[in-house]
Design a protein. Sequence first.
Length: 116
Amino acid sequence: MLIIGCDYHPSVQQIAWVDTETGECEERRLTHSSGEAEQFYRELKKKGISVRVGVEATGHSRWFERLLAELNDELWVAEYRLPRRSLGPALRSHGSPRAQTSAHQESVCTGTDLPA
């Protein structure tokens, strides 16, 4: 199984994943308009690889949610309840796409909630 942490934006998604069988970890940036993201997930399905994706709730990801449902992949959606400005300095410092992706991946791998 691949466990994927996804920092989703309307035009791209920054992903990091771990292969639970080999322990191999990788990162990648996928564009939406070119079909790269859809092709990536469809290729995994063709190879028979199970997928679990962790992503922060967003209003722009309906097509992505439908794609994962069509492919019978797991989708874990986290909802942040506190505005970023109310978070302490330590959490605010993790605002880069790479840091957010790593937080999503860690959450999905460990089964814990993302920080509020």
